[in-house]
Design a protein around this ligand. Structure first.
Ligand SMILES: Nc1ncnc2c1ncn2[C@@H]1O[C@H](COP(=O)(O)OP(=O)(O)OP(=O)(O)O)[C@@H](O)[C@H]1O
Length: 322
């Protein structure tokens, strides 16, 4: 069973093509991240699934039902926006209960359910506070509870973590994953962050210019990027030429020349960064080709401008499609 299926979905704004005939199947109860550079069509795709944007061509199925022309409230989806859009004059509890008011649920039942969902996001004790009396992270939990109280089959999240500081972002990230697992519904999450997608996704969907360039579990994308674009975008890879063939090699598989057999990249050191658990160096060859390596933090100091040779095992090279 699939929670969401996109069939040849295209979105045009006037003559501008934002999403270009994409097919995508999202398995039941899974966490999907849509990622890619700015303008690649992530948000348009999410908004078409929600019904906030009509498709120009193609079909959208939710749990096997064709919802292409249905309004948002009849789709079984809920959306959590980047800006949380809470009502400033309503308490956290009333904000959460609001989702049910629109559906004609009686007041006592609404408030009881609102408390249940506030507990789910660990905000039970703050139910009476107004949004202005809550931190950004807490407001976001209220918004999350408000989206979840309608018991959607699919929760859509548009860059939900981008407004948070790095510490809170990591905490909320864990929280999102926990909720998705506990509720057993599908989350579809738009992000700019490769790291976020890696950490959260069962299925990571990399987009470029309105197309899906790879859709696979994060580990598979990292170990076998489909193209030079994906290898560069996902990070942690060097993309190098082998004659007419492009290959990728993980930067953590590169090491300083230790005399062992293997491909080599010789040049001088252009950058050295101490990253705590690792040291990142960039080596530029005579012809301008760059390669970087994540070296163990125990590596002896290397000076800028020094000659250096990187090497790796040929078996770790991955051939890229053109
Ligand atoms: N309402 C609109 N009218 C016209 N063009 C639009 C509209 N919304 C989006 N676009 C264009 O469609 C393309 C895809 O936009 P979309 O917002 O889906 O990309 P995105 O990947 O979510 O980008 P970002 O990461 O910057 O939010 C872009 O070129 C954008 O300029």
């Amino acid at each position: 069973m699939r929670d969401v299926e996109l069939v040849a979905v295209t979105k045009r704004y006037g003559s501008a093509l934002a999403v270009d005939g994409i097919d995508l199947a999202i398995p039941e109860g899974s966490y999907t991240c849509l990622l890619g550079p700015s303008g690649c069509g992530k948000t348009s795709t999410l908004r078409m699934i929600a019904g906030h944007e009509m498709v120009s061509e193609g079909e959208i199925l939710l749990a096997g039902r064709n919802v292409t022309t249905l309004p948002p409230a009849q789709r079984g989806t809920a959306m959590m926006f980047q800006s949380y859009a809470l009502f400033p004059h309503l308490s956290a509890r009333d904000n959460v209960a609001f989702g049910l008011r629109m559906r004609g649920v009686a007041k006592a039942e609404r408030l009881r359910r609102a408390d249940e969902f506030l507990d789910l996001v660990h905000l039970g004790p703050l139910a009476d506070r107004l949004p202005a009396q809550l931190s950004g992270g807490q407001q976001q939990r209220v918004a999350l509870a408000r989206a979840l109280i309608t018991e959607p089959r699919v929760l859509l999240l548009d860059e939900p973590l981008s407004a948070l500081d790095p510490f809170l972002r990591a905490k909320m990230r864990e929280e999102l994953k926990r909720l998705q697992r506990e509720l057993g519904i599908s989350f579809i999450h738009v992000t700019h962050s490769q790291e976020e997608a890696m950490a959260l996704a069962d299925l990571a969907v990399v987009m470029d210019h309105g197309r899906i360039v790879q859709a696979a579990p994060p580990r598979q994308i990292f170990e076998r990027p489909a193209s030079a674009f994906v290898a560069r975008f996902i990070g942690g890879h060097n993309v190098l030429a082998r004659g007419a063939q492009a290959i990728s090699i993980r930067t953590d598989r590169c090491r300083l020349d230790d005399g062992a057999e293997g491909p080599r990249h010789h040049g001088h050191v252009r950058a050295v960064e101490y990253l705590g658990a690792a040291m990142r160096i960039v080596v530029v060859a005579e012809d301008g080709t760059e390669a970087e390596a994540m070296l163990p933090d125990s590596t002896p100091p290397i000076a800028l401008g020094e000659a250096a040779t990187l090497t790796w095992n040929a078996a770790d090279e991955h051939a890229l499609a053109a």
